[in-house]
Ligand binder design. Structure first.
Ligand SMILES: Nc1nc2c(ncn2[C@@H]2O[C@H](COP(=O)(O)OP(=O)(O)O)[C@@H](O)[C@H]2O)c(=O)[nH]1
Ligand SMILES: [Mg+2]
Ligand SMILES: [Zn+2]
Length: 360
């Protein structure tokens, strides 16, 4: 096996500096896949299976404290000759794409860590939805990665210029690329974001063509496409397997299969709705809810036809969702804290009992 240059797959000085804190007996690696408790980690000697140490697992208070795909970690070996490697430490994430797990009370899940560019994929036929773009943008801005909108299936759209104008009006200051799998150069606009050492993630509804795009970039079919068919959408999310792939032309990409609607774990509306936030500063009341307050600049903009009402409704909806998610997040932290205290008290009592017994 050739030696892998970890810089090619996203390593930077920042991680190396942090790694030196952990001494000489551990090695740097990047999580490339996860399957339940077993991870795959790319080290300088290749991709190896790994699991987290008991200590890391014990100190984790929620799922976000566990390694996720894209994470840089410290492992105890670089090859798998002697069984699974042990992941001892998780290095600080520079970006982190998070979502709320559908149906779960308050669990959020890391979709991917240390991503530079997130391609928000949307097809120009069935999946086209401006409100969804606003949602995805709010999530990606929060992640600290750079969003780029990748429109797919351009071949199935005959009013591209209208669509582009609509999208640009909701995706303020975000770059938009158009792609099609029907022409051989239909994905070349993505290439400028995919350089050696850069990591990109593809997110978007099932069936929009994420895997197809990645296969084109890889130059071969590494991902199965057409997993989900319109006619029987449900129950066909066979793969929920996320993996980092190293592109032949440099750069690392991550497919995110099997995701339904992306629910907010946290979001940053200040960039995705910069226009509304700017208007709000002109409201008469500082804490204006833009409902029935007098001299509301947001309501006025809607009346004047400057701000589309649907955009404003979506803003309110996402804001509400964010509040709920935040409430639930703080609840978890508080509960986890309480649980720890109870456990600690329990073990203290045990210790006391033991020492009392000893005295007698
Ligand atoms: N017409 C057309 N079909 C496409 C395009 N991209 C993908 N498809 C088709 O859309 C279906 C779903 O694609 P897939 O890559 O599996 O979507 P994913 O679920 O986002 O990974 C497949 O049948 C693809 O062949 C495109 O640009 N144009
Ligand atoms: Mg796919
Ligand atoms: Zn107002």
């Amino acid at each position: 096996m050739n030696k892998i240059d970890l810089y090619d797959i996203g390593l930077s000085e920042r991680f190396i500096r942090e790694a030196t804190m952990y001494g000489d007996n551990l090695y740097l690696g990047r999580v490339s896949a996860q399957h339940k408790d077993i991870y795959k980690v790319i080290t300088e000697k290749g991709e190896i299976p790994a699991e987290v140490s008991g200590k890391l697992s014990y100190s984790a208070s929620s799922t976000v404290d566990y390694p996720a795909v894209g994470d840089w970690v410290m492992v105890d070996r670089v090859d798998s000759k002697s069984g699974n490697a042990i992941i001892h430490h998780l290095l600080t994430r520079k970006s982190c794409l998070e979502r709320k797990v559908a149906g779960a009370e308050y669990t959020s899940q890391i979709i991917a860590a240390n991503i530079d560019t997130v391609f928000i994929c949307m097809s120009l036929n069935n999946d086209y939805n401006l409100r969804r773009i606003e949602r995805y943008l709010s999530i990606v801005w929060e992640s600290m990665a750079m969003p780029v909108i990748a429109l797919t299936k351009t071949d199935l759209c005959n009013d591209l210029s209208i669509r582009l104008r609509e999208i640009k009006s909701v995706a303020l200051g975000v770059e938009v690329v158009v792609t099609s799998s029907m022409s051989s150069d239909g994905y070349t606009d993505l290439l400028k974001y995919l350089r050696k050492g850069k990591t990109s993630a593809f997110i978007g509804s099932s069936g929009v063509g994420k895997s197809t795009l990645i296969n084109r970039l890889m130059g071969k079919d590494v991902l199965s496409t057409k997993e989900i068919r319109a006619a029987d959408d449900k129950g066909r999310h066979t793969t929920t397997y996320r993996q980092l792939l190293v592109l032949p032309g440099g750069g690392v990409v991550l497919d995110t299969p099997g995701m339904r609607e992306l629910q907010l774990a946290s979001a940053d509306l200040s960039k995705s709705f910069a226009d509304i936030q700017e208007l709000a500063e002109k409201c008469y009341f500082r804490d204006c809810h833009h409902e029935s307050e007098p001299k509301c600049a947001v309501k006025k903009a809607i009346e004047d036809g400057i701000l589309p009402p649907k955009r404003f409704e979506n803003y309110k909806k996402l804001q509400q969702e964010m509040k709920c998610a935040e409430r639930k997040n703080t609840m978890t932290a508080a509960q986890a804290e309480k649980l720890k205290t109870i456990e600690m008290m329990g073990s203290l009592n045990e210790q006391k009992k033991v020492s009392k017994k000893k005295k007698r």
